[in-house]
Design a binder for this molecule. Structure first.
Ligand SMILES: Cc1cc2nc3c(=O)[nH]c(=O)nc-3n(C[C@H](O)[C@H](O)[C@H](O)COP(=O)(O)O)c2cc1C
Length: 277
C-alpha cells in the first residue's frame, strides 16, 4: 500500500510478452528507486484505444465522445509521480499501441499543467543490430506531448524474452536511472539532436532537422554538432496552450469557410465505391 510520502511509479509495458524485456526492465529499474514507492503496471496492448475521430471536441474543452480505455490511462498518468514507458520495436517502430495513444493526444492538453515536468524514462527494446528504425521518436513525442521531463531515453538490444537481464551494462543503467529518477541528473543521448537529444532526423538542404523539436543543426568536419536554429519549445505548458489556441482558431476558420469548402468538395461525394469487410 502506498503511504502518504510514497511515490507512485507507473510502468507502461508495451509488450504482450509476459516477463519479456519491457516488463522485467521496468521491474528491475524500480528496485533501485530509493524513495519509498509502489509500482503499478499497465500491459498496453491489452488496452482498447480507438482511433481519434478528429472531431476537435476535446480542443473545445468538451468531453471525448469515444468510450474506451483512454480515460483510464490518462487518469493513471495523472496519479503517478513518475512514468516508465517501455516498448518493443516492431517493424522498425514502437508497438502500435503507443501511436494509438499519441493520436488521441489532443486530450492531453486539458491536463498538461498536471502532467508537466513529471519524471519519465523511455526504453525501446530491439532484437537485431541497428534495426531500431524510428521507434525512439514515437516514445519521445508521446512523453513531450504530455510535457514530461525525460530523464533517460534508452535503446537497448535484447531479442529473447527477458534477455536484458543477461547484460550487466544494462542492469547498471537500470540502477543508475532508478537511483536518479527523482534527482536533477539526466542521462542524455550525446549523439542525438543538440537541442533535445532525439536521434531521428530529416535531412534538410543545409543540414539536419530534428523530427521531435524541429531544431536545425549540422555536423562539422570534426564531428561536432553545430546548432543552426532552435525549433519549437514542444511540450511546455506555454507551447501546448498556444497550440490549443491555434487549433481552436482553425476550427473557427473551418466554420467560417465551411460553405465554400462544402461547395467545392461536393462533386467528389459519389466518386468510387466504399467497400467494407
Ligand atoms: C512482430 C515483431 C516485429 C519485430 N520487429 C523488430 C524490428 O523491426 N527490429 C528489431 O530490432 N527487432 C524487432 N523485433 C524484436 C523485438 O523488438 C525484441 O525481441 C524485443 O526485445 C521484444 O521485447 P519484449 O521481450 O519486451 O517483448 C520484432 C519482434 C516482433 C514480435
Amino acid at each position: 500500500m502506498a503511504g502518504t510520502n510514497s511515490k507512485r511509479i507507473l510502468g507502461l509495458v508495451g509488450s504482450p510478452r509476459k516477463l519479456g524485456n519491457c516488463e522485467v526492465f521496468i521491474k528491475e529499474l524500480s528496485t533501485y528507486i530509493s524513495n519509498k514507492h509502489t509500482l503499478n503496471l499497465i500491459r498496453m496492448p491489452l488496452l482498447n484505444i480507438v482511433p481519434c475521430h478528429a472531431c476537435y471536441k476535446c480542443i473545445m474543452d468538451k468531453p471525448c465522445l469515444i468510450k474506451d480505455n483512454m480515460g483510464f490511462l490518462l487518469d493513471q498518468i495523472l496519479q503517478c509521480d513518475a512514468l516508465i514507458i517501455a516498448s518493443p520495436v516492431y517493424f522498425l517502430g514502437t508497438h502500435s499501441i503507443f501511436k494509438r495513444v499519441l493520436d488521441r493526444g489532443f486530450m492531453f492538453y486539458k491536463y498538461i499543467e498536471r502532467t508537466n515536468n513529471k519524471p519519465c524514462v523511455l526504453v525501446n527494446f530491439y532484437g537485431m543490430e541497428e534495426k531500431i528504425g524510428v521507434a525512439p521518436q514515437t516514445l519521445m513525442t508521446l512523453a513531450i506531448s504530455l510535457g514530461m521531463n525525460i530523464r533517460a531515453n534508452l535503446s537497448l538490444k535484447a531479442a529473447l524474452p527477458g534477455e536484458v537481464l543477461m547484460n550487466e551494462g544494462y542492469k547498471k543503467l537500470a540502477e543508475k536511472i532508478g537511483q536518479t529518477l527523482f534527482s536533477d541528473e539526466i542521462i542524455v543521448n550525446s549523439h542525438g539532436c543538440p537541442f533535445c537529444g532525439c536521434e531521428i532526423v530529416r535531412i534538410g538542404e543545409r543540414g539536419f532537422i530534428c523530427t521531435v523539436c524541429h531544431g536545425h543543426f549540422s555536423i562539422d568536419c570534426n564531428g561536432n554538432k553545430v546548432k543552426i536554429k532552435r525549433g519549437d519549445i514542444l511540450g511546455s505548458s506555454q507551447h501546448v496552450l498556444l497550440h490549443k489556441e491555434w487549433l481552436k482558431s482553425m476550427k473557427n476558420k473551418f466554420l467560417e469557410e465551411r460553405e465554400e469548402i462544402l461547395r467545392r468538395v461536393d462533386k467528389y461525394k459519389n466518386i468510387g465505391e466504399w467497400i467494407k469487410p
